[in-house]
Design a protein around this ligand. Sequence first.
Ligand SMILES: [Fe+2]
Ligand SMILES: [Fe+2]
Length: 188
Amino acid sequence: MTQYSIHTRQGLPEVWQTLLRDYPREAWPDHPNFTRPIRKWMGAHVNFRQMAGLLRGQSKEMMDKTLDPARFQANLGHYGHALVQHLHGHHAWEDHRFFPELAGAAPRFIRGLDMLETDHTEMDALLERFSRAGNRYLQLMQMSPDDAPQELPDLMQQSQALEQFLNRHLTDEEDLVVPILLHHKMRG
Ligand SMILES: [Fe+2]
Ligand SMILES: [Fe+2]
């Protein structure tokens, strides 16, 4: 799967775009099989993108000294925790329930689903690094606030990496999965 590593790929590999060509993204909203459960699943992705974007943006604002540290502390505690927890739950469900169901309906895309599962494993390491940087910052804010800013460059780097990774993964996942759902009339 290394040739389709999330660190080097530019989108969903062409070999798995056969259904996407028949069901292009622009046509999804009007398709009769684009049901509420599918919209809800994509809505979770929107939330992940928003939280990751907010954390990355606010880390940068902290570096630029244009954001109130108390506000950042509250947002990092709340959204940082929510993002990590919800992503773990989301991935566990996709790996154990959703992807096996899709693989059963569309076995020709099994290797594509394996690629997405590999992304999840790689993202665990990224989430771990992001959590560690965030927790270090929050602990210093409690115990020694003057030292907390020294953690900001690492935190900004980790939140940037997380956002970039998420955007790639979520877009490729939707491009592979939604056409399968529409074509096989799943989640109706
Ligand atoms: Fe995923
Ligand atoms: Fe997902």
